[in-house]
Design a protein around this ligand. Structure first.
Ligand SMILES: [Zn+2]
Length: 463
């Protein structure tokens, strides 16, 4: 056990666990891979899995906890990428399978990877510049996680085309073979091909994928598209229907056809596509690559934003989730009412802010900003229910209204200000005229009296 810890290589930043095991095998001098697997995992049938390996707890234990299970999974596998948009229970299940180890292929099956149209890369990839830099820094090259993600064709750091090796990604025949990147001289390798004018689009996918990998400890979810996003972008009619025709057209204009087809993410306007389903918030799993494409198209800058996603944190000790705040998946469905109150709150706040702004900037005689007045001025097509009755379920809207709704004094002061402005356009403001225009009678409340005197003073100075 102690010897094992001493000989296991330090895992480098963004290095695949697969890569570390391959380097260990090379250093161990073992002739058979089976021997290496026995040393690292005990007498278990462990396959050389590139992206989502299993039996990690056994490895962590045999390494004398040199690396915790969480470190190995979060920093050296593609788990953070694949779990980013999963519901908590599913992400937890995948994590558990990777930690404890189950029968071959179960993790992949759970994530729908074999059935997905988006295929895994055929071979492992690397970046020529990372290779040189790793040689300089660590004295040997290694396989990076961020280069092995589906749809990633360029290095997220150097923005150059990745080089495809001849080491198989899916280890069908050589199930137990871990091949280090140093063995590469023996193989021929070639640059991945794509249209160079689409480099920016490929670079975006690489960068966003890399960001997802780095979100250690975070499991984000779930629906990238909230009603609010659709509304702001003009993809929601006043009756809450989704303008799919416009949305699909814009999506296809945003990306090029070649790019979408290359990534197996093309969308035609004719039939029900993955994009329709994702926008409607169907309770399905979508490939992270598709979430990335939609997030970038919708202008969602940060995939980890708590504004757009609920975040659950993984508790490594109990295997439980510290926070359980993931909201129910937002069900955006054509023509049906919105049932998610958190979502409604944002949508209504947006409308209410607008109404208050308009009420306060009116040129005509002021109207008091009251709950009834705000409610009366709301667009009934957008907010088809009684605001007063639902306010207790709308914390953000309530907080805003608590600040904005006027007391009698505040409203009297605003009337004085309006009257003074109105009268000063015609010259000198007399006290009695000001009172009359503002609709006030003496005696005034203290704060109102102060404002009254202040307005008369300033008027005399300037006229
Ligand atoms: Zn690179």
């Amino acid at each position: 056990m102690i010897l094992l810890v001493a000989h296991f290589p330090s895992l480098n930043p963004d290095e695949l666990l697969y890569s570390g095991i391959a380097r260990y095998h090379q250093m161990s001098g073992n002739t058979a891979q089976k021997q290496t697997i026995n040393e690292l995992f005990g007498d278990r049938l462990v396959c050389a899995t590139v992206d989502l390996p299993s039996h990690i707890r056994h490895l962590s234990e045999r390494l004398g906890s040199l690396y915790t299970v969480e470190e190995l999974i979060m920093k050296h596998t593609l788990f953070p990428y694949y779990s980013a948009f999963l519901p908590q229970d599913k992400a937890r299940k995948v994590y558990g399978l990777m930690s404890e180890g189950e029968s071959h292929g179960e993790v992949h099956a759970l994530l729908g990877i074999p059935a997905s149209l988006i295929k895994l890369p055929n071979y492992l990839r690397f970046c020529g510049i990372c290779y040189e830099e790793d040689m300089a820094t660590y004295h040997e090259p290694y396989w990076h996680r961020s280069h092995q993600i589906p749809g990633v064709c360029v290095c997220p750091i150097h923005k150059v085309a990745l080089i495809e090796s001849t080491v198989s990604y899916m280890t069908r025949e050589k199930k137990f073979q871990f091949t280090p990147l140093t063995d590469l001289e023996k193989y021929s390798a070639s640059n991945l091909c794509f249209q160079i004018n689409l480099l920016n689009q490929y670079a975006m996918v690489a960068e966003r994928s890399y960001e997802m990998l780095k979100s250690v400890n975070l499991v984000t979810n779930c629906s990238s598209i909230s009603e609010m996003n659709l509304y702001k972008k003009g993809y929601l009619t006043e009756r809450g229907r989704i303008r799919f025709l416009k949305l699909i057209q814009d999506f296809n204009d945003y990306y090029t056809q070649e790019f979408l087809e290359h990534l197996q993410c093309a969308v035609d306007g004719q039939s029900e596509t993955w994009l329709h389903k994702m926008i409607r918030g169907n309770d399905l799993m979508f490939h992270p690559l598709r979430h990335i494409l939609v997030a970038d198209f919708m202008g969602l800058s940060n995939l980890n934003s708590t504004e757009n996603f609920g975040i659950g944190m993984l508790d490594i000790n109990g295997g439980k989730w510290q926070q359980n705040i993931r909201p129910k998946k937002t069900g955006v469905r054509t023509g049906t009412p919105i049932h998610d109150w958190k979502e409604r709150d944002s949508l209504i706040l947006f409308e209410v802010e607008d109404v208050v702004k308009n009420l306060k900037s009116r040129k005509a005689k002021p109207q008091r900003v009251s709950l009834a007045m705000v409610s009366k001025n709301l667009n009934k097509a957008k907010i088809p229910f009684v605001l007063e009755k639902c306010l207790h379920k709308l914390p953000k809207t309530k907080h805003f209204l608590d600040k904005e709704i006027e007391t009698t004094e505040q409203f009297q002061i605003r009337r004085l200000e309006w009257a003074a402005m109105h009268l000063s356009e015609r010259g000198f403001v007399q006290g009695w005229r000001l009172m009359k225009a503002a609709g006030l009678n003496k005696p005034l409340k203290e704060a109102v009296e102060m404002k009254y005197n202040q307005l008369l003073d300033s008027n005399q100075k300037f006229s």
